[in-house]
Design a binder for this molecule. Sequence first.
Ligand SMILES: Nc1ncnc2c1ncn2[C@@H]1O[C@H](COP(=O)(O)OP(=O)(O)OP(=O)(O)O)[C@@H](O)[C@H]1O
Ligand SMILES: [Mg+2]
Length: 466
Amino acid sequence: MKKVNLPIKWRLTIWYGAVLSLILVGFASGIFIYFKNSLQESIDTKIRSIGEVLSSSMTDSHNTSVFGNFERYLENVLGKKPKGKFIQIMDSSGRIGAKMSDIEGEALPTSFSTLEKAMRGEVVYETTDRTKPRLRMITIPIIENKKVTSVVQVGTSLEEFDETIKKLLLIMIISIPSSICVTIVVGYFMAKKALRPVDQIRRAAVKISSSNLDERIDVSGRRDELGRLAETFNAMIDRLKDTFQRINQFSIDVSHELKTPLTILKGETEVALRKEREKQDYQVLLKSNLEEIDRMSCIIDDLLLLSKADTRKIKLDVEEVSLRDLILDVCMDMKVVADKKNVELEANELEDIRLKGDELKLRRMLLNIVENAIKYSHAGGRVRVSSHANNGYAIIYVKDNGIGISEMDIKYIFDRFYRADRSRKRASGSGLGLSISRWIAEAHQGGIEVESQPAQGSMFTIKLPI
Ligand SMILES: Nc1ncnc2c1ncn2[C@@H]1O[C@H](COP(=O)(O)OP(=O)(O)OP(=O)(O)O)[C@@H](O)[C@H]1O
Ligand SMILES: [Mg+2]
């Protein structure tokens, strides 16, 4: 069977209407039954009390002369003339002795079985539908010397009762369906209003594409579940927009970074080809070209590494590493660069820490950061590397007193291709060093942080779990 997918607002409304109808019908039936029963009870009590007064007055007085003027007698006994009632007294053979009727109609239609029961001393209630209006009647035997001598019958018209019940039914028949209709309509609109953000989210999602990420859902101060859903959705689009922008910027940067060496290659080659040249000239040219090719190849390697890192396709070659040896080694390698720039590079206060990690990658990370410290120092500057263990982590500090990083740049220096000073000469690097370093630290469950003051120097703190 095919599953019917009704919209939520309809499903809510149907459930709501069905439950409400059930409750209303149940409640109304309860009230109706209770009301009808108590009305009937009060009628029965009334005719019984008249019947009992009559029967006791008759046994008291042994009075058969009452039959002469029955109405007066009744007035005496009951205190007033009974209204809307039918009263008659019969002897044991069923003959009517006295009768009074305030109801249009003939003698009370007493059935044979009622008389029989009364003769046995039973009080009998009955409702007759044969007359118009309907009657409720009580038959009370009058017992003298343990013998039923006569029978009192009191009947009352059920006209008023029927009328009241009819009115009550009418009220219920009109009011229940109309209140159900009203609540269904109101419920439908309420459900529709409550679910409006869902539809907005759907429409916004349809409109969103990589080129259109400006669509937002109007939350307008809603603090409920749907308001929060819409907010979450908006936040997701913000993040998507940010990511798309960064991807876009990244592509621009990659093209730009690769285009410069290519332009140089092309230019130099074209110039060289313009005329016949000496052998040494060609060697110089090829050497220069090789530098550019190396540079491109470096960038491409770095990019490859980073994109593999993004898709988690790189496995670390984990082994035991002595951090002190590694730092000393890196500093030894960088000494040449430092000397060339007349920067003092020293590694002291190195605690002997052993940790599990990928030595090649850790070396690359340290090289990047120490290289930066030297690169962004002035001649005569000083770079210090130290390390110690703290709380299960190896902490490595690389401190320089170089140019420092401005507050505006510091947020972005770990981004790909970001260089604080874009106008700096190309040889300064492509801006991928710190992205790779941060990735290496994070791949080892660690991290890198930086503190810096422009013109004062910077301190990079690397944290690696031991
Ligand atoms: N110690 C430092 N002092 C001042 N600025 C720094 C320091 N380290 C990094 N930076 C800033 O952060 C930027 C990004 O550094 P990153 O190492 O990623 O790139 P790069 O050194 O420019 O190029 P690459 O490392 O790819 O050769 C640098 O361009 C520089 O502006
Ligand atoms: Mg660098």
